[in-house]
Design a binder for this molecule. Sequence first.
Ligand code: NAD
Length: 327
Amino acid sequence: MTVLVLGGAGYVGSHAVMMLQEKGYDVAVVDNLVTGHRKAVPDDVRFYEGDVRDRSFMEKVFTTEKKIEGLMHFCAYSLVGESMEKPAMYFDNNVGGCITILEMMEEFNVKHIVFSSTAATFGIPKESPISERTPQAPINPYGESKLIMEKMMHWQSQATEMTYVALRYFNVAGASNDGHIGEAHKNETHLIPIILQVALGQRETITIYGDDYNTPDGTCVRDYIDMEDLINAHIKALEYLKAGGKSDQFNLGSSKGYSNLEVLETARKVTQKEIPSQMGARRPGDPDSLVADSTKAGEILDWHVENDLEHIIKNAWNWHSGHPNGY
Ligand code: NAD
């Protein structure tokens, strides 16, 4: 039986492909390479280059791949700032893609899907840590598109035999343990790779936005999750659905936040580089602290975080220093 990984050439998807293969799954990938990299997918994985919104292309994929037991769905546009400038483009790709995928599942009788959702569906929550009971109120088109996708899956699961798990990630970071694949976004917006670009001399300095937040050292606290831990959650979620588990949503983080300064200090320790930094003004809309409560994933999926921030940054540094220009 095959797991079809949608968006398998991207940062998270490529690690899912690798770890599924390591666990003995047969894997195939669909990706249009809009932000992904062909080199991130091993040559022995069946690769279909095309757009998930393209119905006839997707019908060919599902017709060729006769034994799909489940989907992992990573393909989306996911830059918050860009989504504020181009909302229609975000709804078209993220929601439009989801429509075709759900139609394909129904037409070809594929029962299970594990789906990348995001902490951005919570907007600026009134509580931290953030549990599955925390109200979802996105403040940008990206988060809104993911919330719509969650709701589409819910209604589709009510009407058909499909079951889904939505995994809401907080901040994903790290790279594969062997250093062969890692994060290579053209417009990098994530803190850890940006800090490592400074360590590599590709940027002069890192700006920390604000040191007057209501946190222990005054800088924002975010929840970083290691790539290996994250993909383990996807595999456990798929196994859970295959065993008859009901559709559900889980917040995934380490349940332990790290402040921007802690991330910077850990990167200095790991890289043994100075990493010049400067303090900037607060950015509008940045909450003090965004930390996941992952108790439910522990209870229902038996999923627990194993890797800490230092491990995450060690793997990320191994990847970035070995591939300073990406793939
Ligand atoms: P990414 O951009 O590296 O990967 C997305 C992949 O999907 C790319 O390979 C891209 O080419 C492909 N894709 C996009 N639209 C497509 C389409 N219409 N048809 C076919 N392929 C398409 O992003 P990522 O960082 O790997 O994120 C993966 C998922 O996880 C996204 O859905 C994102 O919203 C979610 N997420 C990521 C983070 C994070 O910190 N990276 C946090 C929360 C949620």
